[in-house]
Design a protein around this ligand. Structure first.
Ligand code: S3P
Length: 208
C-alpha cells in the first residue's frame, strides 16, 4: 500500500518543525499600524500551538490606562519607555507569538532584544491598505493630525528601512487572513528548517 501525506498532515508537520526549531525563541510581528499584526499574530499562535501576546494590550494593562490616555497624560517619550520595558519583559517570559506596536522597532535596544530572542516577521502593507484600515478606528494618537495620510506616508518613510531588518517579510493584503498565516508559516519553515520559504529566497536573491 502506498503511503500518502494529506495537505493537513503536511502542514501539521511543518508547524511542529517550526515550534521545535524555535526552541525558547519567540516570533515577533513588526510593521505599521493597520498591517494586521494582532489579527495575524493571534491566528499564527493558534496554528503553532504557542501563546499569543499583544504588546499594546500589555502596555495598557501595565499602565492601567488606554494608549491614547498614556500619550495624553504622559506624552510619547514616556509611552516609548514603557513600551521598551514591556517588550523586554514579554521576550523574557518564554516562547510566544508577540505582536508589537508600529513604533516599537525604532528603539535600538528593542531591536537588539528581538534579534537575540526571536525571529521577526515584517508584515508589510501598502499605504492604501493601511489608510483604509486605520480609518476604522480613532484610537491611534499619532494619527490625530490635520492630514493623517501625510503622517502615515512620513512614518512609512522613516520606518521601512528599520522594518526591512526583520528576518522575514510577508505582504499583508486584502486576502483571507489564513492565507497570510500560511505565508508566515511557509517563510518561517524556510528560514528555520531549510524549507523553501519564498521570502527567504527573495531576501537572499535566490531564485526558487
Ligand atoms: C503606534 C502604533 C500603535 C500603538 C501606538 C503607537 C505607532 O500600535 O503602539 O498608537 O507608533 O505606530 P499598532 O501598530 O498596533 O496600531
Amino acid at each position: 500500500m502506498t503511503e500518502t501525506t494529506s495537505p493537513a498532515n503536511a502542514s501539521a508537520t511543518q508547524e511542529a518543525e517550526i515550534a521545535a526549531a524555535l526552541g525558547a525563541r519567540s516570533i515577533v510581528l513588526v510593521g505599521m499600524m493597520g498591517a494586521g499584526k494582532s489579527t495575524i499574530g493571534r491566528r499564527l499562535s493558534a496554528r503553532l500551538g504557542m501563546p499569543f501576546l499583544d504588546a499594546d494590550a500589555e502596555i495598557e494593562a501595565a499602565a492601567g490606562m488606554s494608549i491614547p490616555d498614556i500619550f495624553e497624560s504622559r506624552g510619547e517619550p514616556d509611552f516609548r519607555d514603557g513600551e521598551a520595558r514591556v517588550i523586554a519583559r514579554l521576550l523574557d517570559s518564554g516562547s510566544a507569538v508577540l505582536a508589537t506596536g508600529g513604533g516599537a522597532l525604532m528603539r535600538k535596544e528593542t531591536r537588539d532584544r528581538i534579534r537575540t530572542k526571536a525571529i521577526s516577521i515584517w508584515l508589510k502593507a501598502d499605504i492604501d491598505i493601511i489608510m483604509r484600515r486605520v480609518k476604522r478606528r480613532s484610537d491611534r494618537p499619532l494619527l490625530q493630525t490635520a492630514d493623517p495620510a501625510a503622517t502615515i506616508g512620513r512614518l512609512i518613510g522613516e520606518r521601512e528601512p528599520v522594518y526591512q531588518q526583520a528576518d522575514l517579510t510577508v505582504w499583508s493584503r486584502d486576502v483571507p487572513h489564513e492565507k497570510i498565516v500560511d505565508e508566515c508559516i511557509e517563510a518561517l519553515h524556510g528560514f528555520l528548517c531549510g524549507g523553501r520559504g519564498k521570502e527567504t529566497h527573495d531576501r537572499m536573491g535566490v531564485t526558487p
